[in-house]
Design a protein. Structure first.
Length: 271
């Protein structure tokens, strides 16, 4: 049975679930609103975008901050917090993916000097779960909770390449294929051809396809069933991570991803 789409309140940007839970509907609308603004929004900006009272937004955001679902910076701007990231990641033996993969991420960052990142697919986008800042003098890294396009990124490509074909096709069907650079992939056919190459070689790159001057190389992380549930990657400037160095580091990145995959094996499976 397909449930009808929740109607949107004509006076605000809040979707009504139809189950007489206006407070919950509005709180979820705040989270959804902030997910589209990685740089954060102020209390008044949230209220204005959603058509809600400042008083309600104040009380709700304070509660969400207290539970770790939102963060508030020194400029009083709100962003999504680690509480949401904990809910969106797999667990093995009560250990979250971001904790299990951290030793492999640190090893990868030490070996390359670059920032190491961990991410998963969320809807038609990727989301960063964890990062380890590199040791290079000029550092480039992405904060936890930031969402990224799948068609332009190394981690997005590698996670799609190893996904179940039906699930992969459903995800691609919902993607928007925005062009960020002249060499950005902009259609499903080109992406599928790219994913075939990625699956054969076991890793994927983003050579300035999203942000000019910033490159990355990624490999898949598998769970105990052999399902690609996440990606591990390094990100750096194109001067440091040029095509020649990326080619030399692919085996380091894939080794780190294998270490993270092994860390996800249930203890009961270890003899």
């Amino acid at each position: 049975m397909t449930l009808p789409r929740p109607p949107r309140n004509a006076k605000s940007g809040v979707a009504d679930s139809g189950f007489s839970t206006p407070g919950l509907d509005r709180a979820l609308a705040i989270l959804s609103c902030l997910s589209a603004h990685p740089a954060g929004l102020s209390l008044s900006e949230i209220a204005e975008q959603l058509g809600l009272s400042t008083n309600f937004v104040y009380r709700t955001t304070q509660s969400l901050v207290a539970h770790g679902y939102l963060l508030r910076d020194g400029e009083k701007r709100f962003t999504l917090g680690p509480g949401l990231l904990r809910l969106s990641q797999p667990f093995v033996d009560d250990v979250p993916l971001s904790v299990a993969a951290l030793p492999a991420m640190r090893w990868l960052s030490e070996q390359t000097g670059e920032a190491a990142h961990l991410g998963v697919i969320s809807g038609e986008e990727g989301v960063v779960l964890e990062r380890v800042i590199g040791t290079a003098p000029i550092k480039f890294y992405v904060e936890r909770g930031v969402r990224f396009p799948l068609h332009t990124s190394g981690p997005g490509k590698v996670m799609l390449a190893y996904r179940d074909a039906a699930e992969r096709d459903r995800t691609i069907a919902g993607m928007k294929f925005m062009r960020f650079q002249p060499h950005t992939i902009t259609n499903a056919k080109a992406l599928l051809a790219c994913l075939q190459v990625v699956r054969r070689q076991g890793w994927a790159t983003d050579m300035g396809e999203h942000v000019e001057g910033h490159n990355c190389v990624a490999a898949p992380i598998f769970d105990a069933d052999g399902t690609a549930i996440a990606s591990l990657w390094i990100t750096g400037t194109s001067q440091r991570l040029d095509a020649e160095r990326v080619a030399k580091l692919t085996h380091v990145v894939t080794k780190a991803a294998k270490m993270a995959s092994e860390a996800l094996q249930p203890k009961s499976a270890v003899r």
